[in-house]
Write a protein that binds this ligand. Structure first.
Ligand code: ASP
Length: 444
């Protein structure tokens, strides 16, 4: 029998009621053997996550100030969950040990990791599963870089023969023995690593949404959920800021060919989104729109350069890019015409070196015209099916033309997986709505 690794985010474990839902989900499928919990998250919108309170404790401890106030709130949260669920466990010794450690050696990573550590203990006791401390199996080098091979080996040795286990997310230890965390949201990464190590048939990532949405719900009301997305498509959308999953959670499962299923703890009946490899067999899919997702991001500028006979001047592009390089700037897109070139880049990064870059470009290539246009938004229309569908680009631009939106830049990657369009920031939302209508509503 194959098995599944299931990771539950902070909101899925924020209180006793959420714990009950989680246990029901786990117990309803005997393949769900390895469980990776986050720390208790927010119960309501202005609630504070346990992880944030732990960072606060570390800060106070670091300045030699008494941290018992936030620490007591943390204790109460766990004790509340324990007593409401009637679990036979006491964390009192752990609380004391943590407080003593923080007084002696205040470390942010150690403090933050305790949210998952304690939650893992409670969840393991509640489920009757074995608790495996992530510090024993997730290993970093002394610079805090994950050692994947060592980790995979340690995980296998420790958990493969267990009938089931709870392994807290977010942290591990360095080869020197210090507790180390991933960046925020890092329990996703732990889940992915465990899935790789035990060769799970699927990595289920349980959260509070029913998967990735085709586009931002703040722009399009109630957008469809993406049923299946490939890792490459996900990367294109994530670049534009659409994110449900920690970026580093992709690699461990992708390299092992394990799909990720994003699921909703509050609506377990929803199928969620499947993230699959590019060579996945898509035959069974029920919805098959031409495009998979639409995402946009504001805050770009374009440097527009014009010079007669630019196309025949050797080294022109190189000199312009050298000016960017020497000012520490990377660029996003660079479409060019015969006598024109325009470079799109992040406005915030350009700002401090703006005048220097302009002066250097002027000096290097002596353009006829040089200007910077700010307030540009980039919009990505992403879809693996675009490659085999004719007329997609025509439809995108028809949608924009009907809304009288001016297209400032177009870039279609050679993979034909996405079309990137530059528009004015104030046209972005309308552009997204029009494209959504054109491809999703009208294909229903
Ligand atoms: N609890 C950690 C955070 O709030 C890690 C996680 O939830 O994945 O960032």
């Amino acid at each position: 029998m194959g098995f599944k690794v299931v990771k539950f985010g902070g909101s899925s474990l924020a209180d006793a009621n959420q714990f009950r839902k989680v246990a029901n989900i786990i117990k309803s499928d005997e393949k769900r053997k390895f469980v990776v919990p986050s720390a208790p998250g927010k119960r309501f919108s202005d609630d504070i996550k346990v992880t944030d309170m732990l960072y606060k404790c570390a800060d106070l401890a670091g300045s030699g100030v008494d941290f018992s106030e936030p620490f007591n709130i943390i204790k109460e949260r766990y004790n509340g969950i324990i007593s409401e669920l009637g679990v036979n466990i006491s964390l009192d010794e752990d609380f004391d040990a943590i407080a003593n450690e923080l007084k002696a050696r205040p470390s942010k990573d150690f403090a933050a990791s305790r949210g998952e550590f304690l939650n893992g203990k409670v969840l393991a006791a509640y489920l009757g599963y074995e608790f495996v401390d992530a510090a024993d199996v997730i290993i970093f080098d002394t610079n805090g870089v994950l050692l994947l091979d060592e980790t995979v080996k340690a995980v296998r040795e420790r958990v493969m023969n267990l009938p089931n286990a709870v392994i807290p997310g977010f942290y591990g230890r360095t080869t020197e023995g210090f507790v180390k965390t991933f960046s925020r949201g890092g329990s996703d990464v732990t889940g992915s690593i465990i899935a790789n190590a035990v060769r799970a048939e699927i990595y289920e990532n349980w959260t509070d949404v029913s998967g990735f949405l085709v586009t931002d719900p703040r722009i399009v009301e109630n957008p469809d959920v993406i049923e299946v997305i490939t890792y490459r498509e996900l990367r294109e959308l994530a670049y534009m800021g659409a994110s449900v999953l920690h970026e580093d959670a992709i690699f461990p499962v992708r390299s092992a060919g394990i799909p990720i299923n994003i699921r909703n703890t509050n609506r377990p009946e929803d199928a969620g989104t499947m993230i699959v490899s590019d060579d996945h067999d898509f035959k069974g899919e029920s919805v098959a729109h031409t495009i998979t997702g639409i995402a946009g991001r504001k805050g770009f500028s374009t440097i527009n350069i014009e010079k007669a006979m630019m196309n025949s001047e050797t080294g022109f592009g190189m000199k312009v890019l050298k000016a960017l390089y020497e000012n520490g700037l990377s660029f996003e897109h660079m479409p060019s015409g015969i006598d024109t070139m325009s470079i799109t880049l992040d406005s915030a990064k350009l700002e401090p070196v703006r005048d220097k870059v302009l002066a250097q470009i002027r000096k290097e290539v002596n353009p006829d015209h040089l200007e910077i246009e700010d307030g540009i938004a980039l919009l990505a229309v992403v879809g693996r099916r675009m490659k085999n569908t004719r007329g997609t680009v025509a439809r995108i631009f028809a949608a924009m033309a009907h809304a009288r939106i001016n297209v400032k830049m177009i870039d279609q990657g050679s993979s034909e997986l996405n079309v990137i369009i530059g528009v004015s920031e104030h046209d972005l939302n309308e552009a997204i709505r029009r494209i959504y209508d054109m491809f999703i509503n009208s294909e229903k």
